[in-house]
Design a protein around this ligand. Structure first.
Ligand SMILES: [Zn+2]
Length: 224
């Protein structure tokens, strides 16, 4: 058994993934809804804090940074620390395949503070926005959106704007300056594990960027 401290400070005990979890991860329907990841984490969590019978609700209530951290640790204990990525260049005339190896143990992790709700005064309109962290419940609502956009995740995190419930209109009417300031403030208080991978194409120098969990090699090494 493997014990870790999550970015939120909760202690978690994990067991490695088996064929059962691999089945879940190859189920397209479960993957699309985000349920596959929830079930895999639930199955492999032997203990979460003092809780030894972990339910789907416990997993959904976890902050997003804790959830991704658990997924990375599960990958490490089940399949090893090293992820061999093949990144195809996004430049249409190049399309060179770049190969790089990432050591999961070297990923940067930041801890959440005790605060769970934040108040931020927008620089232009002076409206006060209250917001929270992203968690599994919000991720699920995001996955269910037909047309998720750059505002969707932001909108999910907003509790109120000047005491009123957020609406699409409030966000759409918000000035670029306020939106950008709010986005920066949200990412400033964010925590978790940084799975961003960036490299320059070795043929043409185009900047390539991805997230480890979006790459097949993260959970299915050897599958092309
Ligand atoms: Zn290239």
């Amino acid at each position: 058994m493997y014990t870790f401290t999550l970015p939120s400070g909760i202690e978690a005990e994990l067991k490695e993934m088996t064929g059962q979890e691999e089945e879940l991860l190859t189920n397209q329907r479960l993957l699309r809804s985000g349920d596959a990841i929830n079930l895999v984490i639930k199955n492999c969590l032997v203990r979460l804090g003092d809780e030894t019978s972990v339910t789907a609700k416990h997993v959904e209530d976890l902050l997003s940074g804790d959830r991704l951290f658990l997924l990375v640790k599960l990958r490490q204990i089940s399949l090893g620390d090293s992820v061999d990525l093949e990144l195809q260049c996004t430049n249409a005339v190049c399309k060179n395949r770049n190969y790089l190896s990432i050591d999961l143990e070297g990923l940067e992790t930041t801890s959440y503070t005790e605060e769970r709700e934040f108040a931020f005064t927008l620089p232009a309109s002076k409206q006060v926005v209250k917001f929270t962290h992203l968690d599994g419940n919000k991720e699920k609502r995001l996955a269910a959106l037909k047309e998720p956009n750059i505002s969707s995740a932001m909108m999910m995190r907003i509790v109120s704007v000047d005491g009123k419930s957020p609406s699409k209109k409030i966000l759409a009417d918000m000035s670029m300056r306020d939106r950008s300031a709010l986005r920066m403030e949200m990412s400033r208080v964010d925590a978790g594990i940084d799975t961003t991978v960036e490299c320059d194409c070795e043929q043409c120098g185009t900047k390539l960027k991805t997230r480890l969990e979006a790459e097949p090699a993260f959970l299915f090494p050897g599958v092309r």
